[in-house]
Design a protein around this ligand. Structure first.
Ligand code: DOR
Length: 435
C-alpha cells in the first residue's frame, strides 16, 4: 500500500478559494481534500498557522549542466528550488553543448533523473537549421528561441529561419525578445558601454519592444502558441493588451523589484538580459500582472560566480540567481498588500501549468500530483549569501528581510525540504506534457 500523508489544519489555497481543510496524499498523488475524519495515514503533518500552496512551477531557469557546472548543476539548482518552494523547473537550452538535438535533450533528461530532487523539463533550443529536430521531439515543454543574443550562442535573427520555425513546427514556442540590430547600434553609439548604467541604454526599451512585436507578428500570422519570456518594459505590457489568446507572457522578480536606480548599490550583480529598466516599468509590469496581461511569474535563474560578476562592465556576464528567493519575495509582496496569495498561486503555479500543458500540476485538486509547499505568511527571514544553496553562493537580495517564507516542500508526496534543511536524495520526475 502506498504511503499516506495527512496534512492537517492548513489554510489551503484551492482553485475555489482559501479554506481550512485537511489534505490527504497517497503515494505521489493528492487522494482527498477534506477527507473523512480518522482517515488512516502513515504520517501526519500538523500545519496549524500555515498555508498550503501547490508547488511552484518555474518555467524559466538556466542550470548550466552540461558544460558550465562551476556555476550550477542539476543537483544544486534543484536543491535551491526545493528550498524556494519550486517543485518543477523548466530549463533553458543554452548549456554546453546546447540542447538543440535529440541526443542533448535525452542526455539532460537522464542527468536530471539521477540528480534532481524536484520535477523537471527541458526546452529544445532552435538554431537556424534544426527544424527537423523541433518537429520530432516530444519529451519537452516546447521550443526556445533567442531572438536577441544572450549568454551562449543561440541567436536566431534571420527572418526566413524564424518564419520556418513558426510555420513548420507545432510545439509551443517561447522567446527571449531583444532586437539585435537595435542592441548593436546602441552598443556602437556607446562605444561598447563603459559602465553598468550603459547596459540599460544598450539593451533599451526599443530593443525589447521591437523584438516582442516581431515575435508576436510571427505568432499571429502562423497562429502558433507563443510565450513572451521576461517582459521588461511598460511598452511591451501596453502592446500585449491586444494580443490573441494563444499568446501569453511572463514577468521575472528582478523586473518587478529592481530598476536602474539600484545600479549604484548593486552594480553588475543586477546586470541581466533583458536589462532592468525604470521604476515606471516596474509599476506597469505589476499592473500587467494584476490586469491579466501577463499571466506567469518565473525567475530566469541565471547563475554566474561572484568572481565573474565582479569583472568590469562589459566583461561581466548577464544573469542572477533567484530560484530560492522568488516565492518568498512574492509572499512578502502579499504581506505588503501589493497582491493577494491567490494571485501568487495563479502566477507561479496554475498559469505555468496551463501555458506548458502540464495537466497533473499547478493546483491542489484530488488526483493531481502531490507537489505542495507549506508557507508561513508571518515568518520574517533575512536573505543571506551564506545561506544560499545555489552553487554560486550569492543572491542579489542579500541582506533583505522578508515577511513570508516557504517552510516545507513536498515533491510527488515526499518531503524534500523542511525548516531550513533539504533532503538531497533524488525525488524528481520528468514533467509530462499533454498535447
Ligand atoms: O541575463 C541573462 N542571462 N538572460 C538570459 O536570458 C540568459 C541568461 C544566462 O543564461 O546567463
Amino acid at each position: 500500500m502506498p504511503n499516506r500523508v495527512l496534512i492537517q489544519n492548513a489554510h489551503v489555497v484551492l482553485p475555489t478559494g482559501i479554506k481550512q481543510v485537511d489534505v490527504l496524499i497517497e503515494g505521489q498523488k493528492i487522494l482527498g481534500i477534506d477527507p473523512p475524519q480518522n482517515s488512516p495515514a502513515d504520517e501526519v503533518i500538523d500545519a496549524t498557522g500555515l498555508h498550503l500552496l501547490p508547488g511552484v512551477i518555474d518555467d524559466q531557469v538556466h542550470f548550466r549542466e552540461p558544460g558550465l557546472e562551476h556555476k550550477e548543476d542539476l543537483h544544486t539548482g534543484s536543491l535551491a528550488c526545493a528550498k524556494g518552494g519550486i517543485t518543477t523547473f523548466l530549463e533553458m537550452p543554452n548549456t554546453n553543448p546546447t540542447t538543440t538535438t535529440h541526443e542533448a535533450l535525452e542526455d539532460k533528461l537522464h542527468r536530471a533523473s539521477q540528480k534532481s530532487v524536484v520535477n523537471y523539463g527541458f526546452y529544445i533550443g532552435a538554431t537556424g537549421d534544426n527544424v527537423d529536430v523541433l518537429q520530432q521531439v516530444t519529451r519537452t515543454p516546447g521550443i526556445k528561441i533567442f531572438i536577441g543574443s544572450s549568454t551562449g550562442n543561440l541567436l536566431v535573427d534571420e527572418q526566413e529561419a524564424l518564419e520556418r520555425i513558426f510555420a513548420e513546427t507545432t510545439l509551443p514556442i517561447c522567446a527571449h525578445c531583444e532586437d539585435e540590430t537595435t542592441v548593436r547600434a546602441n552598443r556602437d553609439r556607446l562605444e561598447g558601454g563603459k559602465c553598468i548604467q550603459d547596459h540599460s541604454k544598450i539593451r533599451d526599451h526599443a530593443a525589447a519592444l521591437v523584438a516582442t512585436k516581431r515575435a508576436i507578428d510571427l505568432s499571429i500570422r502562423h497562429r502558433h502558441p507563443f510565450h513572451v519570456l521576461h517582459v521588461s518594459t511598460a511598452d511591451e505590457v501596453d502592446f500585449l493588451k491586444d494580443r490573441p489568446e494563444w499568446v501569453t507572457a511572463e514577468a521575472c522578480p528582478h523586473h518587478l523589484f529592481f530598476n536602474i536606480d539600484d545600479y549604484d548599490r548593486l552594480g553588475t550583480k543586477i546586470q541581466m538580459n533583458p536589462s532592468i529598466k525604470t521604476s515606471a516599468d516596474n509599476q506597469r509590469i505589476w499592473e500587467g500582472l494584476q490586469q491579466g496581461i501577463i499571466e506567469v511569474i518565473a525567475t530566469d535563474h541565471a547563475p554566474h560566480t561572484l568572481e565573474e560578476k565582479a569583472k568590469p562592465y562589459p566583461q561581466s556576464p548577464s544573469g542572477l540567481p533567484a530560484v530560492e528567493n522568488s516565492l518568498a519575495l512574492m509572499l512578502d509582496a502579499v504581506h505588503r498588500g501589493v497582491c493577494s496569495l491567490e494571485q501568487v498561486v495563479s502566477w507561479m503555479c496554475a498559469a505555468p501549468a496551463k501555458v506548458w500543458n502540464i495537466a497533473n500540476k499547478g493546483a491542489i485538486k484530488e488526483g493531481l500530483d502531490a507537489d505542495l509547499v507549506l508557507v508561513d505568511l508571518k515568518k520574517s527571514s533575512t536573505i543571506r549569501d551564506a545561506d544560499q544553496l545555489t552553487k554560486t553562493g550569492w543572491s542579489p537580495w542579500n541582506g533583505q528581510t522578508l515577511t513570508g517564507s516557504p517552510v516545507q516542500t513536498l515533491v510527488m508526496g515526499e518531503t524534500v525540504y523542511r525548516d531550513g534543511k533539504v533532503d538531497s536524495a533524488k525525488r524528481g520526475h520528468e514533467a509530462l506534457y499533454s498535447r
